[in-house]
Design a protein around this ligand. Structure first.
Ligand code: ZN
Ligand code: ZN
Length: 387
């Protein structure tokens, strides 16, 4: 987005202060435990509300409303939406719209919360308060907006949170409100936010996904299965995010249990070739990954090194050769080596950078093409930067 030329657009990343106030207040309210005290039953309530609402986030907001990883009846759908929204993370329509956008542009400049582009803190929490994220483009969730009850929950998005808070107070007084409700709300906030921030920074990558998503066991435990985020980015529609037996995914176990009672059905699985990492990548992922690989080879210094090392005739030959890219012969590469990276160099870099994939050759070919095009741009001549 061009922020430099458009005054109206420049303010879109401004913090929307009225939205931040309740968020800050609920964090401050957690300290009221100094006065209410902390008892074992209040901690038990906190754990119960954490578990219930984390399921609302993972089984509701994420796997059901954002990815339609399973189906259910309309009553349970409403219950899921109510439970999810009792965590105070806006409406299921808003959440799903933002999340689908995240998958469309994961870790690209357009991503709503990418640590790569906006920094860790912004991806963790800052983006929620940016003016442009206060509303969501609901054209991306037509499958959800057709339900009037979900539109009602969208309009009165804080109702479930207030109802739960009130119920805690009426049932258990101030301690239930502060320790049971407020503490668990804050914990669910940050556990969820860690998926947007930490799960794109820390952990391992089993799959090439064209983004920075990672698998992280600790996060998977804290978030009831969401920490298998690289798995999820590789195959988003699966109701199960721990693809392998030892990958603990409590949300999936609960969904499986609910399916035994017929409450949910049609749990989407993962094709065996995905689990074995034998699938070929989609063109979009190949393209994104090739861009990441090509970005490791800076074209301007390579072009400058070539100009300083080669004579005029050699430069002219090189220019003609690059015009014939993407497939000059190996002998020609040897002529200009080591300044121009060849496919083997790119392949070695790709192996060091990315997870194993059967699509490695396509990534390397595409990246090679991008590198050559970049060098050409910076060489003098008909296709040079000055041209
Ligand atoms: Zn992600
Ligand atoms: Zn997702």
């Amino acid at each position: 987005m061009n922020c430099a030329t458009d005054g109206a657009v420049r303010h879109e990343d401004d913090i929307l202060y009225p939205t931040t106030i309740p968020f800050i207040l609920i964090h401050l309210a957690a300290f009221a435990a100094l006065w209410t005290g902390v008892s074992a039953w209040a901690l038990g309530l906190c754990a119960l509300l954490y578990g219930l609402r984390m399921f609302g986030v993972t089984g509701g907001y994420h796997r059901y409303f954002s990815h339609r990883a399973y189906s259910t009846g309309r009553i349970f759908q409403f219950c899921l939406a109510f439970l999810a929204q009792s965590s105070g993370q806006k409406s299921v329509l808003w959440w799903a719209a933002k999340h689908r956008h995240h998958h469309l542009y994961s870790d690209m400049p357009e991503d709503v919360h990418s640590p790569r582009h906006k920094g860790f803190l912004y991806s963790h929490v800052g983006w929620i308060f940016a003016r442009r994220h206060d509303v969501a483009d609901l054209s991306g969730v037509p499958d959800l907006t057709r339900f009037p009850e979900l539109r009602w929950l969208h309009r009165f998005e804080q109702v479930p949170l207030i109802v739960l808070g009130l119920a805690c107070f009426l049932l258990g007084g101030w301690q239930a409100l502060v320790v049971g409700f407020v503490w668990s709300t804050v914990l669910v906030y940050h556990a969820t936010f860690c998926i947007n921030s930490l799960a794109h920074v820390s952990g391992t990558q089993r799959y090439v996904t064209g983004d920075d998503s990672r698998n992280n066991l600790i996060l998977a435990i804290l978030t009831m299965g969401e920490g298998w985020h690289n798995n999820h980015h590789a195959f988003q529609r699966s109701a199960r995010q721990g693809f392998r037996r030892r990958e603990i995914d409590i949300t999936f176990y609960i969904l499986k249990l609910l399916s035994l009672f017929g409450i949910v059905r049609g749990l989407q699985g993962v094709p065996a070739r995905f689990v074995r990492n034998e699938h070929r990548l989609a063109p979009k992922i190949i393209h994104r990954t090739a861009e990441l690989l090509a970005a490791r080879f800076h074209p301007r210094p390579i072009a400058e090194a070539l100009q300083s090392h080669l004579g005029k005739d050699e430069l002219s030959t090189l220019h003609d050769t690059l015009e014939g890219a993407p497939a000059p012969s190996a002998a020609v590469w040897r002529l200009f080596h080591p300044h121009i990276p060849c496919r083997d160099t790119l392949r070695a870099e790709a192996r060091a950078l990315f997870a194993r994939t059967p699509s490695i050759d396509e990534i390397v070919d595409r990246a090679h093409h991008l590198v050559i095009a970049g060098i050409r741009k910076h060489l003098p001549g008909p296709a040079g930067a000055a041209a």
